[in-house]
Every structure is written in C-alpha cells, then in structure tokens.
Design a binder for this molecule. Sequence first.
Ligand code: G3P
Length: 224
Amino acid sequence: MKLFLDTADVNFIRSTYSMINADGVITNPSLISRSQSKYGSAVLDLKVIGRFIDEHGGRLHVQTVGRSYEDIMKDASFISEEFGSRTVVRIPVSREGLAAMSSLSSAGVEVAGTAVYTFSQALLAVKAGAGQLTVYAGRMEENGLDYQALVRLLKKAVPDVFVLVASIHSHETAERAAEAGADGLAYKPELLFSEVGSLLVSRTMDGFAESWKNAYEIGKFEKI
Ligand code: G3P
C-alpha cells in the first residue's frame, strides 16, 4: 500500500514526508490556492515541492488547470518542464482531458486521470494512456456513489493500473478503500495524524507512564 500526502503545504511536506516514508504528493488547484506558504506563489511552491521530491524520492502529481484541449496541453508541458523529474501530469477525466491524455501519453509523458467517479470514465482514461487513476472517494460517498465497488472493479478489469484513492474525509473511508484493494491512499494533513493523537492512545500512554513512575519513581530510563 502506497501512502501519498494530499496537500501543497510545503512546510507540512518538509516535516512529514521522510518521517512517514511517504510515496508521493498529490495536489490540485484548490489545494494549491489554500496553501499559504512563505514562498507566496503557487509556481514557486510547486518548484520547491518538486525539488524536494526529486531529492527524497516518490512522485509529485500536479494537476492541469485549463479546460480546453489546448490549455490542458500548455499546462501539461509547463508542469513537465518546471516541477522536477518525478512529476506526473494529473488531468481531470473530461472529454478534453481524454484528448490531452492521449496526445501526452503517446509522447511518453506520464499522466494520471483524476476526478474519477465511474468505471466508464476510468476505462476511457486508461485507454487514453493513463497508468494511474485517482478515485475521489469522499465526493463519491457524498453523492451516493459506491467508491468501493469502483475500486474493486478497476482492480479486476485493469489490474496493472495504479488506483489511488483521494478525497478521503474520514478514517473509515481510508479503511474501506484499502479493503476494496486500492493501491494507494492520499491523506490530507488534518486527517493523517488525527488517530495517533486520539484520547485512547493518550490514555494508554498515561497508564504506562503511571505504572512506571509508581514502581520506579522517575518517568524515564536511567543508567545504573
Ligand atoms: O487531491 C484532492 C482530492 O483529494 C479532492 O479532495 O476533499 O476536495 O474532495 P476533496
């Protein structure tokens, strides 16, 4: 199972990526517009992240912004040239997106189909050359769609395609995506550590500390 960070927050990536041995970073225009790093510009932030991924390994998925074929192609060439050698061009699976994916993949550019909600949409993306798909689980759930069924079907029908589940809004969604066979999960910063800091974990640690202190008076190991 691969673990991606679903954020464009440069400071969060710097402090977390190696610690959790992450496999990559995915971003989209909304995430980029929300990140307010000291670098002050989306392009600069992405250059910093791209350089970081080049140095630390893994992949950086950067999404195109344009809606027309021409604009997606321009965005894609900018992304490929500017954001490092480990960058994957992430393209929403629209009709224009499919046309761009087809041209880019024929030219050897690595593309990921994103905003995937249905099997037919995913299949078209794969046929257009996408080796990776990003399924938006949370948004599917919120719209009454079954992301588990979609992930299962994709892993059966196109087993070699990397299925990344993003738009994860709860730990239950992450668990169900893993159960369905997702190849990777993309966590947002606010969700990633929310269970390791839970009350149950902290109460458990309080109990251990208390037992130790009761028996040995000091709350740590000491050389004897
Ligand atoms: O990469 C962003 C994707 O995960 C969408 O997330 O929370 O806006 O549905 P969300």
